[in-house]
Design a protein around this ligand. Sequence first.
Ligand code: HPA
Ligand code: ZN
Length: 309
Amino acid sequence: MRPKAELHLHIEGTLEPELVVELARRNRIDLPTFDVEAIRARYSFANLQSFLDVYYENMAVLRTEEDFYDLATAYLRRAAAQGVRHAEIFFDPQAHLSRGVPLEVVFGGLSAALKDGGMSAALILCFLRDRGPEEAEEVLRAALPYRERFIGVGLDSAEVGYPPSLFRRVFDIAAAEGLRRVAHAGEEGGPDYVWEALDILRVERVDHGIRAMEDPQLVARLRAERIPLTVCPLSNVRLRAVPSLRDHILPAMLDEGLVVTVNSDDPAYFGGYVDDNYEALRRELGMTDDQLDRIARHSFEASFAYEPA
Ligand code: HPA
Ligand code: ZN
């Protein structure tokens, strides 16, 4: 299998229905159903928000260090089987803090899993943009005692209505701490969100970024500065950012000379892990081995912390 790095992966989005049920039983949490197929049957989404509603609801089963350890360990195993040699993994501390799960528990479980996982891997702390900039700053300050456990910060959750410019201060603080910077932009939001992420947040990679293609000047900027884009094709189809894989703009992005990478985003919800995304591009879009090899090379070039074994 083609070696690759995965750079756009929410650890909470790897929570498979089987693990939801197992952790609910372990933590004595009542679920609307304990039938994994019934859980999976809910995974039909109209847009980003309808996915986020289910994503936040399911992650309520994550309570203990062991839960976070098991979650990340399961992901690393699956990723290795898909040819992943290095992973930069998003996590959403606010989604756990708001449920009363302390940072110590989240960092404890995730860091231990990465240490034991036998793969080059690192964590990126994401701010939930719909909880606003003040709370983002509080979370960053609370996480600074764990500064050596994560390499960067990102921005995720509901995009439209929460432009990157709101988060200038917290990204400035992160930069001063030597943290790497990424942001989701141009998934549902327009090219203006991508411009703001570059100019105001000084991001070093753009997560999704597919709508950047609507603005030729922006495309020229991304190409000239070799700013990588972490594209997630199956996610875009499932969240209806594109009508079908055959309509995906990814081949055109590659033809434009952009540093495009392919990633799984929330694989437990979107029907495939990272190599399944590569395979779907071959099957549905006729992308060639040459093109897919280029994308895999980009993934290592775009990584912040790859440490070859
Ligand atoms: N977009 C925004 N926020 C998210 C996503 C996504 O695709 N997945 C998990 N949080
Ligand atoms: Zn994402």
